[in-house]
Ligand binder design. Structure first.
Ligand code: URA
Ligand code: SF4
Length: 201
């Protein structure tokens, strides 16, 4: 069993916050164990809680479409959430719940070691870049520690507000360039043994 699978197994019996009371099951996340790109949503909804898998409802269908736009599928990336258990009636996760769940996501990211974290929605953005408004920073990659954080709107937002669909599609289409730029910088760095400054925000 991989260390990541073992971590997800441990997560399944977590009772570190009140969300443990009403969930059907924990939704740890899934995808490639050493994915270059990790997508991080907010919290499981109704469908995710029933199936134990992230993004399997309507927002997930749109996320699949967005991945397909750039020639990717779920198996190429890792998909997880800030909070691993469904908040009752899909309410926003509370600060205490986000904090209680933080060590799980921290461990996942440590184990996967992605280059890019795509934050989906404002709770996920706040986890990496506090006090920024998503309307200002979406689609603009930035360094956060060793990672590139690439903020996007939450796919569910486009289901309520149709105009955001195009924005999400446009932002997603920038992802291959971010990865390409990272690879170019790494190769350049190898050649001249000095770090190449990325054209990031
Ligand atoms: N919305 C999320 O933020 N995460 C899911 O897993 C599903 C919907
Ligand atoms: Fe544990 Fe996170 Fe579920 Fe709370 S939301 S019970 S911290 S796994």
């Amino acid at each position: 069993m991989s260390a990541l699978t073992e971590l997800c197994r441990q997560m399944a019996s977590c009772h570190a916050c009140g969300l443990a009371q009403q969930r059907t099951q924990v939704v740890p996340g899934e995808g490639a164990d050493s994915a270059e790109v990790v997508f991080i949503g907010e919290a499981p909804g109704y469908n995710e809680d029933r199936l134990g898998r992230p993004f399997v409802g309507p927002a997930g269908a749109f996320l699949d479409e967005l991945l397909a736009l750039v020639g990717m599928s779920r198996q190429d990336v890792y998909i997880a959430n800030v909070v691993k258990c469904r908040p009752p009636a899909n309410r926003d996760p509370l600060p205490g719940e986000i904090l209680a769940c933080k060590p799980w996501l921290d461990r996942q990211l440590e184990m996967i070691g992605p280059k890019v974290v795509v934050t989906l929605g404002r709770f996920s953005l706040a986890r990496f870049v506090p006090n920024e408004s998503i309307s200002k920073v979406h689609g603009k990659p930035r360094h956060v520690g060793d990672l590139i954080c690439f903020p996007m709107y939450h796919p569910a937002a486009a289901l309520h507000q149709g105009s955001l669909r195009k924005t999400l599609e446009e932002d997603m289409q920038r992802l291959p360039d971010v990865l390409k730029e990272l690879k170019g910088a790494a190769e350049q760095g190898d050649r001249d043994n000095g770090g190449q400054q990325l054209a990031l925000f």
